[in-house]
Each structure stands twice: as C-alpha cells, then as structure tokens.
Design a protein around this ligand. Structure first.
Ligand code: GCU
Length: 437
C-alpha cells in the first residue's frame, strides 16, 4: 500500500523516523565495518605521480639470465620456473587432486521452464580427510550439444531461483545486507542472456573447501593432504586462494562426467578475490579453456611493484589466510619480488584470458591491471597468438579491446556488472570455437 503525506499518522511518522534512524545507523555501521574490513586502506597510494620507479621482471628471460626465444623454451623450461616461483613465494604449493569423488545431482526446470537448474554436491576423499563443495548450474533447456560453461566462486546467488540481482552474498563469512552492493552479482536477466547465448553458468560455494576466514580456512581441502591442526605450516603451504583454485578444477572434473557440458570449453570467471582464484586456477589447470578476471586487483591481475592501491602488506595483513607465508616477505618490499602479476597472466598463455577493470576501483589499480595484460603480451605472441592485438594504451571507457588477451575498463565502481558480462560474452564468442556450441 502506498502512503501519501496526508495518510501519515503520528505513529506512522515516528515508526518511519525510527526505521529511518535504524536504517541509517545500520548503513553507517556496515559502511564502517566494510571500510575497516574490506575497503581501501587510508594510506593507499591513489596517485599515478606517486608510483615509484620499478623494474618488471621479463617473463622471457630465464632464471639463468638467458633469453627465451622459442615456444619450446617457454613450454619446456621457462614456464615451469615461473610456476615454481608463484608456488613457493605467492600462493603456495598446489593441492593434489582428491583420491575419490562422489557426486550427487538434483535437477529441475528453472527460470519459467527456459532453463535447467542442477544442484551438484561433490564429496572428496583425500589421504587424511574429506571435504565437500556445492556446485549450482543453470543451463539452457533443450541445448543442441554439449555446452561451454562459465564457472567461478560466488558467480551468482545460488539461494534464489531465479538468481536475484544484488542478492545475498557472503563476504568474510557474513551475509552482506541487501542494498549494499546491488550490482555485485549478475541479475536474473543477465543469467538468461548467458543461457540464450548458448552457455551454461555455474557457481561454486567454497565454504566446505576453505572458508574465507583466517581462523577456519584450513578446514576443508587443505586437510585432505595434511591434518588441519598440523603444527607449524611450512612457508610455502597453500592458502585459501589455492584451495579455491582447486575447487574450480574440481568443477572441471565434474563437467567431464556430465554429457551436457563440453569440458574442453570451461571458462573460469571471478570477481575480485574470486578473480585472483580464477587466474591461479588457470595457471594450475590447463584444462581451463579461458579465464576471466574481473577487478581482481592485488594478488590477481594488478602489478604489485607499482605500489598503487592495495599493496602486498595491506593484503597480507587483512587476509593472512589467502597466500602462503612466504608472500609476507614482500610486505613493503615489492621490489624484492622475483615475479610480478603479468607473469601470472603469462602462465595461462596461450589460452585466452580477459582482464576487466573499473575506473573508480583504484584499490584494484585499473592501470596496473592493464599493464599486466600488456606485459604478458610478448609471451602470448611467442606462443603464436595475437595477444592484446597490438593495443599499447588503456582503451576508452567501456570499450573492449584485444584478442587472445581481452581488456576493458568500465566506468563506475568495484563490481561484476551486467555490462562486464556482456563484454565477456562477446569476447567468449570470439575466442571459444563456435563448433562446440
Ligand atoms: C578487499 C581486498 C581485495 C579483494 C576484495 C574483494 O577489498 O582488499 O584484495 O579483491 O576485498 O574480494 O572484494
């Protein structure tokens, strides 16, 4: 019922005031909480003129100082060197695949009969423990053949059908109240567009694999090979990002067992921390056909040595469970890092990779993300692709550029918006061979 000014009784007015007061107090409280917990640090550099001089390591010069001139030298030597450095110094060792997996699938019609919603529970058995993950998939009904599929962590809110725009999403183990970030997730319409374009889309709930919590992240996939209460982790034991990357690989395992999907056409996608996990998954698992990083920032697509926005010290202080302990050596000492994030992008080559930034998301350093793409380009070219397609400068807003490496900077803030999705779909249509759709 609509209330007009004349209808307002004193009681209604005071309730409205109280509600307004409570709402304002809640928004302020949540805002302050997010500022402290999630938002930018007050000391973060947001000015290009304050970026210090830095030297990026050359992905095409090996540890012995020799240049890498052929695809073979990259594939049979240099790539492994770089992968080892990221494993030892940044994300931690990769997790072994499970010894056994049990899957239970429930499916039903969804989105007014246009789609099928599959709820898949995967239970993993390791040397010393078990863990589980839920994978929720929307796929177009009556699809002609095995489907290419986008998959990532918290890609949409699996608790609603159809998924709600800006629906509940959990950060730091706590639900974000509705309205805080209305564009964080694609809405029902975007999910329908994805399906109409001939793709399935799947979301991973990673809490059973590794919760996003410094006190409990070891429970789950990180216990499969060693007990969670093991005293004294080694400095290159993996953190939550490695566990989340492992979860993405387990989704690929599942797609390979379900004839509705083409497991050679799996595109990992992730926003922010989940974009970091998608990139590391792409480096670990050559079965991933392509990777999309949406505003993954520090420890994702952004260069660390620029010291712009979030730094290595910020991220290790606030999220000590994401990386391996060795990464802390580079707190305020980015110049000592033996790698930078353009080399993470290069580890995905020659498979397609897309980096999406947002203009106002300075915490994630849009320019540093673009420069990663640009500095990964020589590896993509060595491997025979067109890489960034000759682009050398950041493109105008909301314009997708590049080829095997795609890039855009969207106007607005930190989110995985519908526009981002549309640009990713257009690019996926170009880089994922049509024959499979
Ligand atoms: C924090 C964190 C970022 C991360 C982001 C997110 O802002 O500092 O590194 O990408 O949360 O996941 O939304």
């Amino acid at each position: 019922m609509a209330i007009s000014g004349n209808d307002l009784s004193l009681r209604t007015i005071s309730t409205l005031h109280t509600n307004h007061f409570l709402r304002t107090a809640m928004v302020l409280f949540v805002g302050l909480f997010m500022l402290f917990e999630e938002g930018d640090a007050a000391d973060a550099n947001k000015e290009e003129s304050k970026v210090p001089p830095y030297t990026l390591p050359d992905p095409l010069v090996n540890n012995a100082g020799q240049s890498v001139n052929t695809p073979e030298q990259w594939t049979n030597g240099r790539r492994d060197e770089l992968f080892q450095i990221f494993s030892d110094q940044v994300y931690g060792k990769s997790l072994a695949p499970p010894k056994a997996t049990k899957s239970t699938v429930h499916q039903r019609d969804a989105i007014g009969g246009k789609a099928i919603r599959k709820e898949v529970r995967l239970e993993f058995e390791g040397e010393t423990g078990q863990c589980l993950m839920d994978l929720t998939i929307y796929q177009p009904k009556n699809a002609a053949g095995p489907l290419p599929v986008f998959v990532g962590i918290h890609v949409f809110d699996k608790n609603h059908e159809p998924p709600l725009p800006g629906g509940r999403i959990v950060k730091e183990g706590k639900p974000i109240p509705e309205g805080i970030d209305p564009k964080l997730l694609p809405g029902a319409e975007t999910i329908q567009r994805i399906l109409e374009r001939g793709y399935a889309v799947a979301t991973i709930e990673p809490d059973g694999i590794s919760a996003d919590d410094a006190n409990t992240f070891l429970k789950g996939a990180l216990t499969i090979d060693w007990p969670a209460d093991k005293k004294g982790r080694t400095p290159n034991d993996p953190g939550a990002l490695s566990a989340w990357a492992w979860a993405i690989s387990r989704a690929v395992d599942y797609f390979a067992t379900d004839k509705d999907f083409d497991a050679t056409k799996v595109i990992a996608i992730g926003h922010s921390r989940r974009g970091k996990a998608a990139l590391w998954a792409g480096a670990n698992d050559a079965r991933l056909a392509a990777v999309i990083s949406n505003e993954s920032g520090c420890g994702g697509a952004a260069l660390s040595k620029r010291i712009f926005g979030e730094t290595v010290a910020h991220i290790n202080d606030r999220f000590p469970h994401w990386f391996c302990e060795n990464f802390r050596q580079y707190n305020n000492q980015e110049e000592k890092l033996p790698v930078d994030q353009h080399e993470l992008i290069a580890l995905i080559a020659p498979r397609p990779v897309y980096i999406g930034s947002a203009e106002q998301d300075l915490w994630a350093d849009p320019k540093g993300e673009f420069l990663s793409a640009l500095n990964a380009d020589p590896v993509y070219r060595l491997l025979g692709t067109r890489g960034l397609g000759g682009v050398k400068e950041m493109p105008p807003l909301n314009t997708s550029v590049g080829e095997t490496i795609g890039y855009h900077v969207r106007s607005g803030e930190h989110s995985l918006s519908d526009l981002d999705w549309m640009l990713y779909l257009d690019w996926a249509d170009r880089v994922i061979p049509k024959s499979a759709k």
